[in-house]
Design a protein around this ligand. Structure first.
Ligand code: NAI
Ligand code: A1CAB
Length: 287
């Protein structure tokens, strides 16, 4: 592939002597979570290159992590043997075509929702593409990411991706790429559903006379504690719920309202809508 970038490009560094770098295309929320994780596990900030068009975002990355950030892709990308794509689906194609001449030797990791690996492979002219679907608890090392690799990605490269993702939390490989749309809907978007529930619980607490701070603390501790109990328990959530629900008691009164309003069904429909949107994003902004 001929180099079409306008800046003079030095020869590619000798991979035996050059320290391998990781490049991030897009330096927003998800990139920050991953960069924070890498640095926390001892990865040198000098080996992280970011391409981020917005100056304020570049400054924030440099100040917070000490990484180098450029407005446009340039020759520095050639030293990266892993390129992480953390741009919105809407701009992925344009960003990929810009960086393609500089990243042909790299392994590629995309966190973009919906954009299928076949589109990414075509835009970048490389079959070595892995997709990840993380979520924002990655910021505190408590996320979970679905992972999918194209066939050309070997087991050492899969391990490399697991290493990069490890500080952000758990990982789960899926064999069928379309399952990533379900992962996106369930755990990628999932933190927003939990925050929505927290907002409602807090609003109810305030409505019943508690202070905002008291209601927030009670709601957050309850959601966190219940999730941890579900994680550690051998019983399914339904059984755990029944243990809270005394016959003729307070929980029963609340659950009856939720059931009458069909809240569980609405939740299922909402998550299906997210999956549908992930597919649409792939169709709309993919190739
Ligand atoms: N925020 C979330 O909870 C999750 C987001 N994702 C995916 O991660 C990707 C990034 O999302 P966020 O980090 O939340 O968005 P963000 O908006 O915080 O970050 C995207 C960054 O890309 C930059 N950008 C725009 N055009 C660019 C270009 N041509 N080259 C390089 N950078 C460019 C923007 O200035 C912005 O800073 C999206 O594709 C999203 O689907 C995946 C899982 C969860
Ligand atoms: O809402 C979105 O499109 C992204 C993907 C998963 C979470 N946020």
């Amino acid at each position: 592939m001929p180099d079409t970038s306008s800046a003079p490009v030095p020869a590619a560094p000798n991979p035996a002597t050059a320290p391998n770098a990781i490049a991030f295309i897009g330096g927003g929320n998800m990139a920050s979570a991953l960069i924070g994780g890498l640095i926390a596990q001892g990865f040198a900030p000098e080996r992280i290159e970011v391409v981020e068009p917005f100056e304020a975002a570049r400054d924030a990355l440099q100040a917070q992590f000490g990484v180098t950030a450029q407005a446009l892709p340039g020759p520095q990308l050639r030293s990266a043997d892993l390129v992480v794509w953390a741009v919105k689906p809407q701009v992925f194609r344009e960003a990929a075509l810009q960086a393609r001449p500089l990243t042909s030797a790299a392994l590629h990791l995309s966190v973009a929702a919906g954009i299928r690996s076949s589109s990414i492979a075509q835009w970048l002219g490389s079959e070595r593409v892995v997709r990840a679907m993380p979520n924002t608890p990655a910021l505190i090392g408590r996320g979970i990411s679905g992972l999918f690799a194209r066939q050309a990605v070997d087991s050492a490269e899969r391990q490399r991706i697991e290493q990069v993702m490890a500080p952000t939390g758990e990982t789960l490989w899926v064999e069928q790429e379309h399952d990533l749309d379900a992962v996106t809907a369930l755990s990628g978007s999932g933190p927003a559903y939990v925050f929505y529930l927290l907002e409602a619980m807090t609003r109810a607490g305030v409505g019943m006379g508690l202070s905002q701070a008291q209601a927030h603390r009670l709601a957050v501790a309850t959601v966190g504690g219940a999730a941890e109990l579900a994680r550690r328990s051998d019983d399914p959530p339904e059984v755990l719920r029944q243990r809270v629900t005394s016959k003729g008691g307070t929980t029963h009164a609340a659950i009856e309202v939720l059931e009458r309003a069909g809240v569980a069904g609405h939740f299922v429909h909402a998550i299906e809508a997210a999956q549908h949107r992930a597919r649409e994003l792939g169709d709309e902004f993919g190739t």
